[in-house]
Design a protein around this ligand. Structure first.
Ligand SMILES: CC(C)(COP(=O)(O)OP(=O)(O)OC[C@H]1O[C@@H](n2cnc3c(N)ncnc32)[C@H](O)[C@@H]1OP(=O)(O)O)[C@@H](O)C(=O)NCCC(=O)NCCS
Length: 323
């Protein structure tokens, strides 16, 4: 006998709101509630009865909503399919929209038998199909679409075997002069690589997505691009490339790809970049990409033992689209 699933846990901002939405959609009830936690189920489970039911056959899992501080940004990894019981698809879609759901675009053509909805905080995507023709509502879990491929490059999460390539530029004083890292030896590069292995998602404000930039023709990692989810629909980019890989347009190609991700896929409104004055190649690259210099903070930060002036560059989604 294998195990059976008894609970589905959903991290969210507002457990009360989301659980009452799902109670209304499914006709379920709240069976347990405490600070930041709400459990809903088809019917109130009694522990002994639940154990008996689990032993005798499949059970309908309860849903457990747990409050977490971060907002949603990455595409969902899970979705729920639900079907109407005794009404048409259109009626059920209208009812669920009235409960606070919104219509969602996941690339559907309009010819599908299902409808896509997002729940009240866009936490999950719901697809509504015709009764009897498959699922009505699907809550969809979509990750960042990685790797990103461009003409000459692959932007992908780091791997442990990138260490040799990373050591080449993390240990180069010329490359790190204007970035906030020290010159790193192999051990320090390995330590930072272990952190990079985890920087593959954007699920909370302040988090950085860090991607290795691999040249398709050689398989060598020549640099890295970074995208921070700074705040609601705001991002920040960063980049660093090995000295012998500069001056070939690789940074521009990789940065354009990360901006496409930010504006086109994640729907960001504004992306910034902060440059230490004197870092001319970086300022040139940002200008070529369409960024405007917005601010100049004189002695804005104490950086590597001295006060330095910072230049803040920014690009808006509408500027990106008409560049
Ligand atoms: C900032 C940095 C990424 C810019 O790299 P870069 O190689 O100069 O930028 P690009 O990839 O856009 O390459 C552009 C240059 O390549 C040339 N080039 C050659 N072939 C090219 C091609 N096929 N396509 C585009 N440009 C090409 C361009 O003419 C341009 O030269 P120019 O800057 O002398 O005018 C790089 O200097 C770097 O890694 N610096 C160290 C880390 C750092 O400071 N990061 C920024 C922190 S804010």
């Amino acid at each position: 006998m294998a195990s059976q699933m008894t609970e589905i846990s959903v991290d969210c901002h507002d457990p009360e709101r989301l659980s009452s939405f799902w109670c209304a959609v499914l006709g379920w009830v709240v069976v347990h509630q405490e600070s930041g936690l709400v459990e809903i189920a088809e019917s109130p489970p009694d522990d002994a009865a639940l154990l008996e039911a689990v032993r005798s056959g499949p059970v309908v899992p309860t849903m457990f909503f747990a409050q977490v501080p971060e907002d949603k940004v990455a595409k969902n990894r899970v979705h729920f399919d639900v079907s109407p019981v005794d009404v048409s698809q259109q009626e059920e879609v209208e009812r669920i929209l009235a409960l606070g759901a919104t219509r969602a675009d996941v690339g559907q053509t309009g010819g599908e038998s299902w409808t896509v909805l997002a729940d009240p905080r866009g936490q999950r995507v719901l697809r509504a199909a015709q009764p009897g023709s498959g699922p009505l509502l699907a809550v969809s879990g979509l990750a960042l679409d990685l790797p990103i491929e461009t003409e000459r490059l692959i932007l992908r999460p780091h791997r442990m075997d990138d260490l040799d390539d990373l050591e080449r530029f993390h240990g180069d004083p010329d490359v790190v002069r204007y970035v906030p890292w020290p010159v790193r030896d192999r051990a320090a590069t390995e330590e930072t690589l272990r952190v990079k292995l985890t920087q593959t998602e954007l699920v909370a404000h302040g988090q950085w997505l860090v991607l290795a930039v691999e040249v398709r023709a050689t398989g060598r990692v020549v640099g890295e691009v970074l995208l921070k989810w700074a705040s609601d629909r705001q991002g920040e980019v960063g980049f660093a490339f090995a000295r012998d890989a500069q001056g070939q347009g690789y940074a521009a190609e990789a940065a354009s790809a990360i901006l496409r991700l930010a504006f086109d896929d994640l729907g960001f409104h504004r992306v910034t970049a902060v440059v230490v004055e004197g870092n001319a190649p970086s300022a040139r690259l940002l200008t070529r990409l369409g960024f405007r210099q917005e601010a100049r903070f004189v002695d804005g930060v104490h950086f590597k033992g001295a006060w330095v002036t910072q230049l803040v560059f920014a690009l808006l989604d509408e500027e990106w689209r008409v560049r």
